[in-house]
Design a protein around this ligand. Structure first.
Ligand code: CTP
Ligand code: ZN
Length: 154
């Protein structure tokens, strides 16, 4: 072969879930939230791919795995614009946006250092507020608003 293929793309999957339109800088948060570093299925990840709407996007393809809506809603904080594509026999059989849950429990950290959740073993709890493409979190305990999603380490 004399010609080099200059385009390297994340290849298609036969069956599984494709999470598309993830902000490039948040892709590792999504991997974390879905605990994909412990996945047994093949997972392919693309970061900094071109996107018309996001500038640069990330994509995660999980073969042979289908998530419950509740699991998917957890990634809304890191990727509120993400699309969930269900693939069966190479075809996109379903495409939907992620629903932002009204409440978020035990995923995000409160940005207020004085908050009880940062001082004692109290599970965090927030109401979500969507402002344009951003999601803000209103703490159930200290009533402060957290502007940036900070994942809780597990
Ligand atoms: N995809 C895949 N394997 C398949 C079919 C699709 O990995 N067998 C991926 C595509 O690479 C794409 C996503 O699933 O990232 C959605 O596919 P498709 O709807 O065909 O792409 P677009 O039209 O670009 O999607 P959108 O309009 O949501 O941007
Ligand atoms: Zn708080």
């Amino acid at each position: 072969m004399s010609e080099k293929n200059t385009q390297l793309k994340v290849s298609a999957i036969k069956d599984g879930t494709v999470l598309d339109h993830i902000p490039a800088q948040n892709i590792f948060q999504v991997i974390d939230i879905l605990d994909l570093s412990h996945a047994k299925n093949p997972v392919t990840i693309g970061v900094n791919l071109e996107s018309k709407s996001l500038g640069r996007k990330g994509i995660i393809k999980i073969a042979d795995r289908f998530f419950a809506d509740e699991e998917l809603s957890r990634i809304a904080l890191a990727a509120p614009e993400a699309t969930v594509n269900i693939i069966r026999n190479y075809e996109v059989v379903s495409k939907k946006r992620i629903d932002l849950p009204a409440e978020v429990v035990g995923i995000a950290k409160c940005s207020n250092p004085m908050c009880v959740t940062n001082r004692q073993a109290v599970t965090t709890r927030f109401k979500t507020i969507k402002e344009g493409k951003k999601v803000k979190l209103l703490c159930h305990y200290c009533e402060k608003t957290t502007e940036e999603f900070i994942p809780l380490r597990h």
